[in-house]
Ligand binder design. Sequence first.
Ligand code: NAI
Length: 371
Amino acid sequence: MLRSQICRRTVNRMLASATHKQPSIGKYTGKPDPKTGKYTVSFIEGDGVGPEISKSVKDIFAAAKVPIVWESCPVTPLLVNGVTTIPEQAQESINRNLVALKGPLATPIGKGHRSMNLTLRKTFGLFANVRPAKSVEGFKTTYEDVDLVLIRENTEGEYAGIEHVIVPGVVQSIKLITREASERVIRYAYEYARAVGRPKLVVVHKSTIQRLADGLFVTVAKELAHEFPDIQLQTELIDNTVLNVVSNPSKYSDVVYVCPNLYGDILSDLNSGLSAGSLGLTPSGNIGHKVSIFEAVHGSAPDIAGQNKANPTALLLSSVMMLNHMGLFEHASKIEKAVLTTIAAGPESRTGDLAGSASTSSFTEAVISRL
Ligand code: NAI
């Protein structure tokens, strides 16, 4: 079979698997402006390469005539009584628009700030981090058929930030697991599995060691199972999951897996590596009951900032997730198809991180020509 035929087949398979259904938890409730028919979305362009990749998204959305008006939403961190806070104006914009697209934010080092990403999750109650990781045709990695969906608890676990020095040389870090936070993320994961037509939910844990903490997470998943008789529940120790997914990722193609915060952080990067060989292609959605924020998972890439070299794909695919979340399915599918076929077209249309020779702007033009 010709390589171009293989590319086409894989891209079609990826598009066919895109979902048009949404879980009822965390559902977008925004409405378009009745006068213009357009939705307003808050846009946190971010730091480093953020403005360059954000321009790419804006240019492609304008060319695709997506009915969205962007509201610029800078989130320079503020320290209020020693606590990292996002500016009032940004909070007001995101609470009003109910949805935001976010570029990478650099964490200032040595200024007493907590990570802005953590601050955003806390501020807006973004309890679930959804990370799909799919093979991208045209960029060869170890496996060609990766199609993984991981949902990470986003608010507690080891990220609760509860640490003490007990005596010099002895520190204690507390992993916080609550029934309330476990229940909302696991219920969301069940609903997500049902909405996207994946028949199995795998709960990843280490309750053999973390008997109480991970034990509670697993117990909650079992308690909720009767509400979802169509979804098969499986529990799996994290070390087994890591071995299985690295040995044979296709085993998880009909699965949604859900895990406490730190395991989710590590596993989701592993999935990105398996699917695309890098974080530069991986989108994500942070879901809350009221507000959701979609973001590229990579950082601000200060080493290439301002050089027209950054790959905008992760932010573009995050914007595609956002459009699906908003119910704008046709626009989502058109942009996704244009991005994936541009990557599949060859090294001259890919950016340097994918061993290509395109710049951010020439990649953007190539995507626009395929809309
Ligand atoms: P990074 O992801 O910014 O960079 C790691 C490597 O990947 C660099 O070589 C960079 O050039 C490359 N890279 C990243 N995104 C790329 C893109 N779109 N196109 C091409 N190459 C790309 O990670 P790093 O250097 O550890 O962090 C830099 C800053 O970003 C830090 O201040 C960190 O706190 C912040 N950060 C923010 C995140 C977010 O906002 N979600 C996530 C991770 C880091």
